[in-house]
Design a protein around this ligand. Structure first.
Ligand code: UDX
Length: 388
Protein backbone atom coordinates (compact mmCIF):
# COMPACT_ATOMS: atom_id res chain seq x y z
CA UNK A 1 0.00 0.00 0.00
CA UNK A 2 2.81 2.43 0.95
CA UNK A 3 4.53 1.76 -2.36
CA UNK A 4 1.34 2.33 -4.35
CA UNK A 5 0.58 5.56 -2.55
CA UNK A 6 4.11 6.92 -2.98
CA UNK A 7 4.11 6.02 -6.66
CA UNK A 8 0.83 7.75 -7.45
CA UNK A 9 0.53 10.54 -4.90
CA UNK A 10 -0.32 13.90 -6.45
CA UNK A 11 -0.25 12.31 -9.90
CA UNK A 12 -3.24 10.02 -10.25
CA UNK A 13 -3.98 9.96 -6.54
CA UNK A 14 -5.11 12.99 -4.56
CA UNK A 15 -6.33 13.27 -0.99
CA UNK A 16 -8.66 16.03 0.11
CA UNK A 17 -11.09 16.91 2.88
CA UNK A 18 -13.18 18.83 0.36
CA UNK A 19 -16.03 16.41 -0.30
CA UNK A 20 -17.93 18.86 -2.55
CA UNK A 21 -15.10 19.29 -5.03
CA UNK A 22 -14.15 15.64 -5.09
CA UNK A 23 -17.71 14.62 -5.96
CA UNK A 24 -18.12 17.38 -8.53
CA UNK A 25 -14.93 16.38 -10.36
CA UNK A 26 -15.60 12.64 -10.41
CA UNK A 27 -17.28 10.41 -12.99
CA UNK A 28 -17.54 7.55 -10.53
CA UNK A 29 -17.98 8.06 -6.77
CA UNK A 30 -17.28 5.20 -4.35
CA UNK A 31 -18.96 5.16 -0.94
CA UNK A 32 -16.61 3.25 1.38
CA UNK A 33 -17.58 4.61 4.80
CA UNK A 34 -17.89 2.41 7.89
CA UNK A 35 -21.12 0.70 8.91
CA UNK A 36 -20.82 0.02 12.65
CA UNK A 37 -23.00 -2.49 14.44
CA UNK A 38 -25.43 -1.49 17.19
CA UNK A 39 -25.84 -3.57 20.35
CA UNK A 40 -29.03 -5.22 19.02
CA UNK A 41 -27.24 -6.38 15.84
CA UNK A 42 -28.68 -3.62 13.64
CA UNK A 43 -26.21 -2.04 11.26
CA UNK A 44 -25.90 1.73 11.54
CA UNK A 45 -26.02 3.08 7.98
CA UNK A 46 -25.86 6.71 9.16
CA UNK A 47 -22.47 7.36 7.52
CA UNK A 48 -23.68 5.90 4.23
CA UNK A 49 -26.76 8.10 4.36
CA UNK A 50 -24.78 11.24 5.05
CA UNK A 51 -22.42 10.39 2.18
CA UNK A 52 -25.51 10.02 -0.03
CA UNK A 53 -26.78 13.49 0.99
CA UNK A 54 -23.37 15.04 0.24
CA UNK A 55 -23.25 13.33 -3.14
CA UNK A 56 -26.81 14.44 -3.95
CA UNK A 57 -25.91 18.06 -3.13
CA UNK A 58 -22.97 17.95 -5.50
CA UNK A 59 -24.25 16.07 -8.53
CA UNK A 60 -23.42 18.24 -11.53
CA UNK A 61 -23.93 15.74 -14.36
CA UNK A 62 -24.17 11.99 -14.91
CA UNK A 63 -22.16 9.94 -12.41
CA UNK A 64 -22.04 6.36 -11.26
CA UNK A 65 -22.25 6.05 -7.51
CA UNK A 66 -20.77 2.83 -6.19
CA UNK A 67 -21.84 1.48 -2.83
CA UNK A 68 -18.86 -0.51 -1.47
CA UNK A 69 -19.62 -0.39 2.26
CA UNK A 70 -21.14 -3.59 3.67
CA UNK A 71 -24.79 -2.72 4.19
CA UNK A 72 -28.00 -4.57 5.07
CA UNK A 73 -29.99 -5.90 2.16
CA UNK A 74 -32.25 -3.12 0.90
CA UNK A 75 -29.81 -0.28 1.63
CA UNK A 76 -28.81 0.35 -2.01
CA UNK A 77 -32.44 0.97 -2.93
CA UNK A 78 -32.82 3.28 0.06
CA UNK A 79 -29.66 5.22 -0.91
CA UNK A 80 -30.86 5.45 -4.50
CA UNK A 81 -34.07 7.06 -3.31
CA UNK A 82 -32.21 9.54 -1.08
CA UNK A 83 -30.03 10.72 -3.96
CA UNK A 84 -32.97 10.79 -6.34
CA UNK A 85 -35.09 12.90 -3.99
CA UNK A 86 -32.34 15.30 -2.88
CA UNK A 87 -30.47 16.00 -6.09
CA UNK A 88 -31.39 18.54 -8.78
CA UNK A 89 -29.60 16.37 -11.35
CA UNK A 90 -31.61 13.26 -12.11
CA UNK A 91 -29.04 11.50 -14.30
CA UNK A 92 -27.07 9.10 -12.14
CA UNK A 93 -26.79 5.39 -11.52
CA UNK A 94 -26.20 3.57 -8.28
CA UNK A 95 -24.32 0.29 -8.22
CA UNK A 96 -23.88 -2.13 -5.33
CA UNK A 97 -20.34 -3.50 -5.56
CA UNK A 98 -19.34 -5.34 -2.37
CA UNK A 99 -15.68 -5.84 -1.48
CA UNK A 100 -14.13 -9.10 -0.33
CA UNK A 101 -10.84 -7.76 1.00
CA UNK A 102 -8.99 -9.44 3.81
CA UNK A 103 -7.03 -7.33 6.24
CA UNK A 104 -3.33 -7.67 5.61
CA UNK A 105 -3.78 -8.68 1.95
CA UNK A 106 -6.25 -6.06 0.77
CA UNK A 107 -4.11 -4.79 -2.13
CA UNK A 108 -3.69 -8.30 -3.49
CA UNK A 109 -7.38 -9.13 -3.00
CA UNK A 110 -8.34 -5.91 -4.78
CA UNK A 111 -6.12 -6.53 -7.80
CA UNK A 112 -6.85 -10.27 -8.04
CA UNK A 113 -10.49 -10.94 -7.30
CA UNK A 114 -12.14 -14.35 -7.10
CA UNK A 115 -15.25 -12.63 -8.39
CA UNK A 116 -16.50 -9.19 -9.26
CA UNK A 117 -20.05 -8.63 -8.03
CA UNK A 118 -22.07 -5.81 -9.55
CA UNK A 119 -25.63 -5.16 -8.50
CA UNK A 120 -27.33 -2.48 -10.56
CA UNK A 121 -30.73 -1.33 -11.68
CA UNK A 122 -29.71 -1.15 -15.33
CA UNK A 123 -27.33 -2.98 -17.64
CA UNK A 124 -25.48 0.09 -18.92
CA UNK A 125 -24.28 1.12 -15.45
CA UNK A 126 -23.39 -2.48 -14.70
CA UNK A 127 -21.22 -2.78 -17.84
CA UNK A 128 -19.60 0.60 -17.23
CA UNK A 129 -18.46 -0.49 -13.79
CA UNK A 130 -17.12 -3.73 -15.22
CA UNK A 131 -15.10 -1.64 -17.68
CA UNK A 132 -13.64 0.33 -14.80
CA UNK A 133 -12.24 -2.94 -13.44
CA UNK A 134 -10.75 -4.00 -16.79
CA UNK A 135 -7.15 -3.74 -15.61
CA UNK A 136 -7.88 -5.81 -12.52
CA UNK A 137 -7.92 -9.60 -12.56
CA UNK A 138 -11.19 -11.36 -11.80
CA UNK A 139 -12.18 -14.96 -12.50
CA UNK A 140 -15.81 -14.15 -13.10
CA UNK A 141 -18.22 -11.24 -12.99
CA UNK A 142 -21.74 -11.46 -11.62
CA UNK A 143 -24.23 -8.90 -12.91
CA UNK A 144 -27.28 -8.88 -10.71
CA UNK A 145 -29.69 -6.67 -8.80
CA UNK A 146 -28.97 -4.61 -5.67
CA UNK A 147 -30.39 -7.08 -3.20
CA UNK A 148 -28.57 -10.11 -4.58
CA UNK A 149 -25.23 -8.27 -4.56
CA UNK A 150 -25.79 -7.20 -0.97
CA UNK A 151 -26.75 -10.74 0.01
CA UNK A 152 -23.69 -12.30 -1.71
CA UNK A 153 -21.47 -10.31 0.64
CA UNK A 154 -23.26 -11.42 3.82
CA UNK A 155 -23.69 -15.01 2.64
CA UNK A 156 -19.96 -15.24 1.81
CA UNK A 157 -18.67 -13.90 5.10
CA UNK A 158 -21.11 -15.84 7.23
CA UNK A 159 -20.36 -19.04 5.33
CA UNK A 160 -16.66 -18.57 6.10
CA UNK A 161 -17.58 -18.06 9.75
CA UNK A 162 -19.68 -21.23 9.61
CA UNK A 163 -16.75 -23.24 8.20
CA UNK A 164 -14.52 -22.05 11.04
CA UNK A 165 -17.06 -22.86 13.77
CA UNK A 166 -17.71 -26.23 12.14
CA UNK A 167 -14.03 -27.22 12.21
CA UNK A 168 -13.72 -25.90 15.76
CA UNK A 169 -16.61 -28.17 16.75
CA UNK A 170 -14.85 -31.07 15.03
CA UNK A 171 -11.65 -30.15 16.89
CA UNK A 172 -13.42 -30.45 20.23
CA UNK A 173 -14.50 -33.99 19.38
CA UNK A 174 -11.06 -34.84 17.96
CA UNK A 175 -9.49 -34.01 21.31
CA UNK A 176 -11.80 -36.42 23.07
CA UNK A 177 -11.57 -39.34 20.64
CA UNK A 178 -7.86 -39.16 19.79
CA UNK A 179 -8.25 -37.84 16.22
CA UNK A 180 -6.13 -35.08 14.66
CA UNK A 181 -8.15 -32.12 13.36
CA UNK A 182 -5.30 -31.02 11.08
CA UNK A 183 -5.51 -34.32 9.20
CA UNK A 184 -9.30 -34.29 9.32
CA UNK A 185 -9.31 -30.81 7.72
CA UNK A 186 -6.84 -31.98 5.09
CA UNK A 187 -8.94 -35.05 4.36
CA UNK A 188 -12.08 -32.97 4.06
CA UNK A 189 -10.46 -30.19 2.05
CA UNK A 190 -9.22 -32.52 -0.67
CA UNK A 191 -12.87 -32.89 -1.65
CA UNK A 192 -13.34 -30.04 -4.14
CA UNK A 193 -16.91 -29.62 -2.99
CA UNK A 194 -15.66 -28.70 0.46
CA UNK A 195 -12.40 -26.90 -0.30
CA UNK A 196 -9.41 -26.69 2.01
CA UNK A 197 -9.59 -23.04 3.03
CA UNK A 198 -11.08 -21.78 6.28
CA UNK A 199 -10.83 -25.16 7.95
CA UNK A 200 -8.11 -24.18 10.38
CA UNK A 201 -9.15 -24.97 13.93
CA UNK A 202 -8.14 -22.50 16.60
CA UNK A 203 -9.49 -20.09 19.16
CA UNK A 204 -12.26 -18.74 16.94
CA UNK A 205 -12.72 -15.99 14.36
CA UNK A 206 -12.26 -12.33 15.24
CA UNK A 207 -11.78 -9.08 13.36
CA UNK A 208 -14.17 -6.43 12.20
CA UNK A 209 -16.07 -8.41 9.56
CA UNK A 210 -16.88 -12.04 10.34
CA UNK A 211 -18.31 -11.41 13.85
CA UNK A 212 -20.17 -8.29 12.72
CA UNK A 213 -21.60 -9.73 9.52
CA UNK A 214 -22.74 -12.89 11.29
CA UNK A 215 -24.67 -10.90 13.89
CA UNK A 216 -26.03 -8.58 11.20
CA UNK A 217 -27.35 -11.43 9.04
CA UNK A 218 -29.08 -12.99 12.05
CA UNK A 219 -30.74 -9.61 12.60
CA UNK A 220 -31.64 -9.21 8.92
CA UNK A 221 -33.19 -12.69 9.02
CA UNK A 222 -35.09 -11.81 12.20
CA UNK A 223 -36.56 -8.64 10.71
CA UNK A 224 -37.72 -10.77 7.80
CA UNK A 225 -39.40 -13.36 9.98
CA UNK A 226 -36.72 -16.06 9.88
CA UNK A 227 -34.85 -17.46 12.87
CA UNK A 228 -31.36 -18.19 11.50
CA UNK A 229 -30.54 -20.68 14.24
CA UNK A 230 -27.57 -22.10 12.31
CA UNK A 231 -25.77 -18.75 12.49
CA UNK A 232 -26.66 -18.35 16.15
CA UNK A 233 -24.88 -21.65 16.77
CA UNK A 234 -21.89 -20.41 14.76
CA UNK A 235 -21.52 -17.46 17.14
CA UNK A 236 -22.07 -19.63 20.22
CA UNK A 237 -19.40 -22.11 19.09
CA UNK A 238 -17.04 -19.23 18.37
CA UNK A 239 -17.44 -17.77 21.85
CA UNK A 240 -16.92 -21.18 23.43
CA UNK A 241 -13.54 -21.56 21.73
CA UNK A 242 -11.77 -19.03 23.92
CA UNK A 243 -13.13 -20.69 27.06
CA UNK A 244 -11.93 -24.01 25.68
CA UNK A 245 -8.31 -22.89 25.43
CA UNK A 246 -8.43 -21.67 29.01
CA UNK A 247 -9.71 -25.12 30.05
CA UNK A 248 -6.77 -26.59 28.16
CA UNK A 249 -4.36 -24.35 30.04
CA UNK A 250 -5.88 -25.35 33.39
CA UNK A 251 -5.61 -29.00 32.42
CA UNK A 252 -2.02 -28.63 31.27
CA UNK A 253 -1.01 -26.96 34.53
CA UNK A 254 -3.13 -28.90 37.00
CA UNK A 255 -0.15 -30.49 38.72
CA UNK A 256 2.09 -27.45 39.01
CA UNK A 257 1.80 -24.04 40.59
CA UNK A 258 1.49 -21.43 37.87
CA UNK A 259 1.60 -17.69 38.39
CA UNK A 260 3.02 -16.08 35.25
CA UNK A 261 1.78 -16.86 31.75
CA UNK A 262 3.46 -15.70 28.55
CA UNK A 263 0.98 -14.82 25.81
CA UNK A 264 2.39 -14.89 22.29
CA UNK A 265 0.31 -12.98 19.70
CA UNK A 266 -2.57 -10.62 20.38
CA UNK A 267 -4.07 -9.45 17.08
CA UNK A 268 -7.10 -11.28 15.63
CA UNK A 269 -4.82 -12.71 12.92
CA UNK A 270 -1.25 -12.07 11.71
CA UNK A 271 -0.16 -9.18 9.46
CA UNK A 272 -2.50 -6.64 10.98
CA UNK A 273 -2.47 -4.50 14.13
CA UNK A 274 -6.23 -4.96 14.51
CA UNK A 275 -7.46 -6.07 17.93
CA UNK A 276 -11.17 -5.81 17.18
CA UNK A 277 -12.90 -8.96 18.44
CA UNK A 278 -9.47 -10.56 18.90
CA UNK A 279 -9.94 -13.72 21.01
CA UNK A 280 -6.77 -12.70 22.93
CA UNK A 281 -8.68 -9.92 24.73
CA UNK A 282 -11.34 -12.03 26.51
CA UNK A 283 -8.72 -14.74 27.12
CA UNK A 284 -6.37 -12.29 28.86
CA UNK A 285 -9.25 -10.72 30.82
CA UNK A 286 -10.29 -14.13 32.08
CA UNK A 287 -6.72 -15.13 33.00
CA UNK A 288 -6.27 -11.87 34.93
CA UNK A 289 -9.54 -12.54 36.72
CA UNK A 290 -8.28 -16.00 37.66
CA UNK A 291 -5.32 -14.30 39.33
CA UNK A 292 -2.53 -15.02 36.82
CA UNK A 293 0.19 -12.53 35.93
CA UNK A 294 0.49 -11.98 32.17
CA UNK A 295 3.48 -11.12 30.00
CA UNK A 296 2.14 -10.41 26.51
CA UNK A 297 3.97 -10.28 23.18
CA UNK A 298 2.87 -8.97 19.80
CA UNK A 299 5.09 -7.66 16.99
CA UNK A 300 2.81 -4.74 16.04
CA UNK A 301 -0.14 -4.07 18.35
CA UNK A 302 1.49 -3.34 21.73
CA UNK A 303 0.66 0.38 21.63
CA UNK A 304 -3.04 -0.30 21.02
CA UNK A 305 -3.32 -3.17 23.49
CA UNK A 306 -1.63 -1.22 26.29
CA UNK A 307 -4.49 1.27 26.17
CA UNK A 308 -7.03 -1.53 26.60
CA UNK A 309 -5.35 -2.77 29.77
CA UNK A 310 -4.12 0.56 31.16
CA UNK A 311 -5.99 -0.03 34.44
CA UNK A 312 -4.41 -3.49 34.99
CA UNK A 313 -1.23 -3.91 37.03
CA UNK A 314 -0.75 -7.65 36.50
CA UNK A 315 0.04 -7.43 32.80
CA UNK A 316 3.17 -6.24 31.01
CA UNK A 317 3.85 -5.93 27.28
CA UNK A 318 6.81 -6.79 25.07
CA UNK A 319 7.88 -6.56 21.44
CA UNK A 320 10.58 -9.18 22.02
CA UNK A 321 9.48 -12.81 22.25
CA UNK A 322 12.38 -13.96 24.43
CA UNK A 323 11.96 -11.15 26.96
CA UNK A 324 8.29 -12.10 27.10
CA UNK A 325 8.77 -15.74 27.97
CA UNK A 326 11.77 -15.19 30.24
CA UNK A 327 10.80 -16.64 33.65
CA UNK A 328 7.21 -17.29 32.58
CA UNK A 329 5.87 -20.51 34.05
CA UNK A 330 4.14 -21.55 30.82
CA UNK A 331 3.14 -19.95 27.54
CA UNK A 332 0.13 -19.71 25.24
CA UNK A 333 0.12 -18.98 21.51
CA UNK A 334 -2.86 -16.90 20.37
CA UNK A 335 -1.84 -15.53 16.94
CA UNK A 336 0.16 -17.39 14.30
CA UNK A 337 2.72 -14.66 13.56
CA UNK A 338 5.77 -15.82 11.57
CA UNK A 339 7.95 -14.45 14.37
CA UNK A 340 6.36 -17.02 16.68
CA UNK A 341 6.59 -19.86 14.16
CA UNK A 342 10.32 -19.13 13.84
CA UNK A 343 10.99 -19.07 17.57
CA UNK A 344 14.20 -20.75 18.77
CA UNK A 345 12.68 -23.71 20.61
CA UNK A 346 15.89 -24.56 22.50
CA UNK A 347 16.06 -21.04 23.90
CA UNK A 348 12.36 -21.15 24.70
CA UNK A 349 12.94 -24.32 26.69
CA UNK A 350 15.66 -22.62 28.73
CA UNK A 351 13.61 -19.48 29.41
CA UNK A 352 10.31 -21.03 30.50
CA UNK A 353 10.01 -22.33 34.08
CA UNK A 354 8.01 -25.33 32.82
CA UNK A 355 8.19 -26.67 29.25
CA UNK A 356 4.45 -26.25 28.67
CA UNK A 357 2.96 -24.62 25.56
CA UNK A 358 -0.77 -24.26 24.95
CA UNK A 359 -1.14 -23.48 21.26
CA UNK A 360 -4.41 -21.91 20.14
CA UNK A 361 -3.30 -21.85 16.48
CA UNK A 362 -1.72 -25.29 15.99
CA UNK A 363 1.49 -23.91 14.54
CA UNK A 364 3.97 -26.59 15.60
CA UNK A 365 4.52 -30.22 14.74
CA UNK A 366 3.55 -32.38 17.73
CA UNK A 367 6.42 -34.86 17.33
CA UNK A 368 8.99 -32.10 17.00
CA UNK A 369 7.71 -30.42 20.15
CA UNK A 370 7.84 -33.68 22.05
CA UNK A 371 11.36 -34.42 20.84
CA UNK A 372 12.43 -31.03 22.22
CA UNK A 373 10.92 -32.02 25.55
CA UNK A 374 7.86 -29.78 25.53
CA UNK A 375 4.44 -30.71 26.86
CA UNK A 376 2.56 -29.33 23.89
CA UNK A 377 -1.20 -28.68 23.95
CA UNK A 378 -2.64 -27.75 20.54
CA UNK A 379 -6.34 -27.62 19.61
CA UNK A 380 -8.12 -30.75 18.41
CA UNK A 381 -5.11 -33.01 18.13
CA UNK A 382 -6.20 -35.79 20.38
CA UNK A 383 -5.79 -34.58 23.94
CA UNK A 384 -8.90 -34.91 26.11
CA UNK A 385 -9.73 -31.66 27.84
CA UNK A 386 -11.58 -31.05 31.09
CA UNK A 387 -15.15 -29.86 30.99
CA UNK A 388 -16.14 -31.46 27.65
C1 UDX B 1 -12.80 -11.36 6.23
C2 UDX B 1 -13.09 -12.04 4.89
O1 UDX B 1 -12.16 -13.11 4.69
C3 UDX B 1 -13.01 -11.03 3.75
O2 UDX B 1 -13.38 -11.66 2.52
C4 UDX B 1 -14.00 -9.90 4.05
O3 UDX B 1 -14.00 -8.94 3.03
C5 UDX B 1 -13.66 -9.28 5.39
O4 UDX B 1 -13.69 -10.27 6.41
P1 UDX B 1 -10.65 -10.56 7.57
O5 UDX B 1 -11.58 -10.02 8.61
O6 UDX B 1 -9.49 -9.73 7.16
O7 UDX B 1 -11.45 -10.92 6.23
O8 UDX B 1 -10.08 -11.91 8.18
P2 UDX B 1 -9.99 -13.44 7.71
O9 UDX B 1 -8.71 -13.69 7.05
O10 UDX B 1 -11.22 -13.85 7.01
O11 UDX B 1 -9.97 -14.14 9.15
C6 UDX B 1 -11.01 -13.91 10.07
C7 UDX B 1 -10.79 -14.65 11.37
O12 UDX B 1 -10.98 -16.05 11.18
C8 UDX B 1 -9.39 -14.51 11.98
O13 UDX B 1 -9.52 -14.33 13.37
C9 UDX B 1 -8.71 -15.83 11.67
O14 UDX B 1 -7.73 -16.17 12.63
C10 UDX B 1 -9.90 -16.78 11.74
N1 UDX B 1 -9.72 -18.00 10.92
C11 UDX B 1 -9.61 -17.92 9.56
C12 UDX B 1 -9.70 -19.24 11.56
O15 UDX B 1 -9.81 -19.34 12.79
N2 UDX B 1 -9.60 -20.36 10.77
C13 UDX B 1 -9.49 -20.30 9.41
O16 UDX B 1 -9.41 -21.36 8.78
C14 UDX B 1 -9.51 -19.03 8.79
Amino acid sequence: MDRLIKKNLNKRLHFTTNIDLSVQKADVVFITVGTPIRSNGDIDIGYVESAAYKIANNLNGYKIIVLKSTVPVGTAKHIYRIIQSKSRVTEFDLVSNPEFLREGSAVHDCLYMDRLVIGASNKIASRRLEQLYQSFYFKEVIHTNFETAEMIKYASNTFLATKISFINGIARICDQVGADVEMVAKGMGLDDRIGKKFLKAGIGFGGSCLPKDTKALIRIAETNGYDFSLLKAVIKTNLEQYKYIIEKLLLATREIEVKTIGILGLTFKPNTNDLRNAPSIPIIKKLLKLGFVIKAYDPVSIKEVKRKFSHESNISFFCDIYKTIDKCDVCMILTEWDEIRRIDLKRMLQLLNYPIIVDGRNIFDINKMESFGFSYYPIGRGQPTLGM
